[in-house]
Design a binder for this molecule. Sequence first.
Ligand SMILES: [Fe+2]
Ligand SMILES: [Fe+2]
Length: 372
Amino acid sequence: MSKKEVFTQAQLDQYYDGMKKEHLGPLWYDLGHMVTKEPVHDVKPYLWKWKTIRAYALTAGDLLEPGKDAERRVVYLQNPSLVERGLIGYGTHTLYAGIQLLMPGESAPSHHHSQSAIRFVIEGEQAYTAVNGEKTYMERGDMILTPAWTWHEHKHEGTEPMFWMDGLDVGLVRTLAASFFEPYEEESYPMEAPENYSTKQFSMGAFKKLNEEKAPGYPSPIFGYKFERVKYLLDQMTEEDNDPFDAYAIEYINPATGGSADSRIGTMMQKLIPGQHTKAHRHVHSAIYHVLEGTGYTVIDGQKFEWEKGDFFILPPWSYHEHVNTGSEDVFLFSFNDKPVMEKLELEFSEEYKENNGQQTVESTFVPNTDV
Ligand SMILES: [Fe+2]
Ligand SMILES: [Fe+2]
C-alpha cells in the first residue's frame, strides 16, 4: 500500500488547501514546472520592416529634441509576446533594441548606466559616440561599444539624419534587479582622449603611448569596430571557415581578453554568399538580428521570416533557425546576443537539427506589419 492511500480525500484536500494558505507548495507536484527538461520561454520571434521603423523614427525628429525634450530620441522594438506580461522595451527576455535618430547639429547628453550597450550604425555619417571622453566617429556598418557604467554621449556634425541601433541588456539587468542610471553633471563629459584613439591603436597595429595605463580586461580597449575591417576579414575566409550553421561569421572581441567585445553582450557578423542555405541549430542564447545588406529569409521553428536590407528580427532562445540568401549579392547579418552571459553562467548549450538533412520544413510564413 502506498503511503498516500492512508489519507482520505477530505484529509488530502484540507492538507493542500492549508499548505496554499500558508504560502507553501508541494514539490512532488511542481518539480516539472520548475526544473524543466529543456528551456521553457515565452519569447516569440518577430520581424520589423526598416521602412516602418525609419518612418516612425523620422516623425520623432519633428516631435522632440534630445537633451531638451527627452534624454534620447529612440524608437524601440517591442516584442508583442512580451508586452502582454508588462515587459516594456523587451526584444527578447534579456535584450533590447532601439533605433536612435540624431538630426544635423543635435546632441544627446552624457550619462551612464549599469546596462551594457552597443551601437550599430545604419544610416548617415559624421556623428560620434564619445565614451569616457573619447570620440568615435560612426559610419554605416560600424559597431561601437559603450560598456556598462562608462560615460557616453552622441553628437551629430553631419548634414543628413543619422540612424543607429542601440542594443542593451535591459531585460537581463531588470531580472537581476541591478539597474542604475545617472546623468553626467554637465551636458558633456570632458573630451580628454584623441578622436578615434582606441580604434586606431588596434586597427593600425597594436600600440600604446609610453606610460599609458590600460586596464587589463575591462572595458575593452577598443570602442569602435569598423565595418571595412569586418568585411575584409569575411572576404578573406575560405570554404574551411564556412560554418554549417552560421555561414562565414566573425565575433567582435576584446583584444585584452580574447573574449566577447562587451563582457555581457555578444556581437556577430555573418556573411552568406548568393544561394547559401545554412543548416538549422538552436541554442540557449537569444539574439536580435539586423540585416545590413542583402535579401533572404530565416526559418525559426518552422516559421519563415523574409527579410531585406534594414529589417530587424528576433531570435528567441532555444529555437531552431537557419538562414538563406535568396539574392544575387552577399548577405551581411549583424546580430547581438546574450551568449557571454550564458557562457559565464555555464548555461550555454546548443543542438543541431537532425531531421531532413538539417533543414526545417516551412510550415508558415510570417506576415509583417506594413501600414507605413
Ligand atoms: Fe545610454
Ligand atoms: Fe545560431
